[in-house]
Design a binder for this molecule. Structure first.
Ligand SMILES: [Fe+2]
Length: 331
């Protein structure tokens, strides 16, 4: 009975947020096109996560609001990253719905797709199906030729490393082969002297309020909701380098300000590396911390000495300045 009540309340809140998101674009005073905050910006890219696309007009429509916003940017984005759980189940129909929706809009010349756990649950749910389908639809949706669920890219010269699960669990299955590849690519990336952007759908174990904001059980296993077994090894590699941004999604939480006193923080700064948890773009849960709304994400602006994270509701076309966070780069 209690769980039915919670589900009902959650459903009402999500419905209210959806209606609010749909109405806001008609309020012209709150809209501001995507621009760079300073002309010295060397690269700017958007990151959104957990779009959970399926052939459903509410899901595709909400994504379209955001894509339209990006396509109308005054300063064109250098890249757009979809940080996993792009689809709801990973079925071909889901991927096709995402692809058809994305291809309606010219948002950047460098769109990057990251595999999430929901994306591994389609077809016969085997790693072979997931890999084949992800590679096929990365090509169809973004034009990118990749050979695996993990790969490299770049944004205006800044190295980008994308990790991807090789299993079908909620945590990430990262093989020894992928970890060794990651170590090699991080070493190579560090030679550029530029910030390194690592995308992985799942965040490190025990970060961003995990495990408490995953299922809200204080006695959950400390690894619940995170990368899982490979977490420490990947973090160990990240810690060897400076100016690394490890960007996740997955938690379905919202935005927090730098001085947030909640148990959840969307950005965690450490010595030399920064963890960023991108809020859930669509179908947000309501109790996982931070400012929750359909359509939210970040625009990253790269400067010589700083990376500025600008919070935005792409669906409503509005900046959310109170959640902006500046990260000073190490020399
Ligand atoms: Fe998700």
């Amino acid at each position: 009975m209690l769980s039915a009540c919670v589900a009902f309340i959650r459903g009402v809140m999500v419905a209210v947020m959806t209606v609010a998101t749909v109405i806001t674009p008609f309020s012209k005073k709150t809209q501001a096109k995507i621009t760079r905050s300073d002309e010295k910006c060397k690269a700017a890219f958007a990151a959104i996560s957990d779009t959970h696309l399926k052939d459903n007009f509410i899901r595709t429509g909400m994504l379209e609001f955001g894509l339209r916003d990006m396509s109308k940017a005054k300063d064109r984005l250098d890249a757009v990253v979809f940080n996993g759980d792009i689809t709801d189940r990973g079925d071909v129909e889901n991927w096709q719905a995402f692809t058809d929706t994305l291809l309606k809009y010219d948002i950047s010349d460098n769109n990057i797709m990251v595999l999430g756990n929901h994306d591994t649950w389609g077809g016969d749910r085997t790693p072979e199906y997931t890999k084949k389908t992800f590679i096929e639809f990365s090509k169809k949706a973004t034009g990118r030729d990749i050979k695996n669920v993990y790969f490299t890219a770049d944004i205006k010269g800044c190295p980008v490393i994308v990790l991807g699960s090789e299993g079908d669990h909620t945590y990430a299955t990262i093989s020894k082969k992928q970890i060794d590849w990651f170590a090699k690519e991080m070493k190579k990336a560090s030679k550029t002297g530029l910030p390194i952007f690592v995308f992985c759908h799942q965040s490190f174990n025990g970060t961003h309020g995990l495990p408490y904001n995953w299922e809200l059980k204080k006695d959950d296993d400390p690894d619940t909701g995170g990368i899982g077994d490979a977490s420490d090894e990947i973090l160990g590699i990240v810690k060897k380098y400076k100016n690394v941004f490890f960007i996740s999604g997955h938690i379905h939480a919202g935005l927090t300000a730098e001085n947030s006193r909640t148990f959840y923080s969307s950005v965690e700064k450490y010595d030399g590396y920064t963890l960023v948890n991108v809020p859930c773009y669509e179908y947000p849960d309501v109790k996982r911390g931070g400012h929750i709304a359909n359509g939210t994400g970040y625009v990253f602006e790269v400067y010589d000495n700083e990376v500025l994270l600008r919070a935005r509701n792409f669906a409503t076309g509005t900046w959310l300045e109170k959640y902006d966070i500046s990260v000073q780069l190490c020399k």
